[in-house]
Design a protein around this ligand. Structure first.
Ligand code: PMV
Length: 365
């Protein structure tokens, strides 16, 4: 199935073959880091511009969904959530909202009682958002249940619908199902791209971008001062919004060629500009806010100095926070790792950092 799917395609079709009573599914699902950023959306979680991300490997969530069919026949959303072994009632509203949003596409969820067990490979208070990997893992568990109810669905459909559901929980979660590069948002140059779900970058990626490294420098491990929901909303009536959305389209066109050609310098230019533009949108919204910290800027300047001195292809990107993602090719791992340890770790909170790289996507375990 290589057609672009519509919302109608994602409405559950009951084939009444096999109604599982009880069981569990477990998925390990990676985080991702955007190269062209998504910032700005409209209902229902439709991005204002297309984005592309590297799927990560070492930063992941493992979620188990235990399900048991309710005997009473009563229909409602009922679940308990445990995070790292501890019952977390304060996580419930976000997940309840997610279940309510996806109910029209997976109506069978109201027939079951669920227990969710989730844990992350990265520390909870690391400033790394777990919503992408967390929502994607939950969406995949629900799709595993759908697959039991309807074994006729194909693997392609399974992934697309998992991404479609994950998107409704957190936009960037739509890009955490597959690897190594995923596009979310309709773009005329990118085959099969859609606003409704993430799709694997369709062209062959140059070897320069295989096994790309992402070392995440934990500059500030605190909770985000401004939620991404609030940030996205500030793009409504933002004075630069329309130009920004246009620019993201153009940057994705350019990056698509760069990734195929192996143009490392072109990559640096787009990726760093995208990171700074994301933060420029925050600086110029109203209310305005700053998520970078002094150490974020110190690291950026150090990276620029190192690049000027050594001709390295190391570069940075930023998420909606102060942490810095240091990106570099596999063949430079020795020299860049040394540079990070010698010159950048002192800017990290408690010298903490995470060595990650591009990964292949979610796995059922
Ligand atoms: O998925 P959300 O709603 O948390 O938004 C994430 C937005 C950024 O991480 C800042 C950019 C992106 O494309 O991942």
């Amino acid at each position: 199935m290589n057609k672009v799917l519509t919302v109608q395609d994602f409405i559950f079709k009951n084939v009444d073959i096999n109604i599982p009573e009880k069981g569990s599914f477990t998925w390990k699902t990676p985080s991702n880091i955007a190269l062209v950023k998504y910032w700005g959306k409209r209902e229902p979680q439709i991005p204002k511009n297309p984005s592309i991300s590297f799927t990560l490997d070492a930063c992941f969530t493992i979620t188990t969904l235990e399900f048991s069919k309710r005997n009473s026949g009563e229909k409602n959303i009922n679940f308990d959530i445990y995070f790292e072994g501890e019952k977390k009632d304060d996580f419930k509203p976000k997940i309840a909202k997610f279940f309510t949003l996806i109910q029209q596409y997976v109506p069978f969820i109201t027939d079951y009682d669920f227990v969710i067990h989730s844990r992350n490979s990265f520390p909870h208070s690391s400033g790394i958002a777990s919503s992408a990997s967390g929502m994607a893992a939950l969406a995949l568990c629900i799709m595993s249940l759908e697959k039991q109810l309807n074994p006729t669905i194909t693997d392609k459909f399974f992934n697309k619908k998992a991404s479609f559901l994950a998107r409704l929980g957190s936009g960037s979660a739509s890009r955490s199902i597959e690897g190594e590069l995923v596009v979310w948002g309709k773009h005329n140059d990118i085959k099969d791209s859609s606003d409704l779900y993430g799709a694997k970058f369709p062209s062959t990626i140059h070897t320069n971008f295989k096994n790309y490294h992402d070392t995440i420098l934990l500059v500030d491990k605190g909770e985000k001062q401004v939620s991404s929901t609030l940030g996205h909303n500030l793009m409504h009536n933002h004075p630069f919004a329309e130009k920004r959305f246009e620019q993201a389209h153009q940057n994705l066109s350019k990056l698509a060629i760069i990734l195929q050609k192996g143009d490392l310098r072109g990559f640096i230019n787009i990726v760093e500009s995208e990171a700074l533009t994301l933060h420029a949108m925050m600086l110029t919204s109203n209310p305005y806010f700053i998520l970078m910290k002094p150490n974020t800027l110190s690291i950026i300047n150090k990276i620029w100095e190192f690049r000027a001195q050594t001709n390295s292809n190391v570069c940075f990107t930023l998420d909606a926070g102060a942490n810095v993602h240091v990106l570099f090719p596999e063949k430079e791992k020795k020299s860049v790792n040394q540079f990070i340890v010698n010159e950048l770790l002192s800017f990290c909170q408690n010298n903490h950092y995470i060595c990650d790289r591009v990964g292949v996507g979610a796995k059922q375990i």
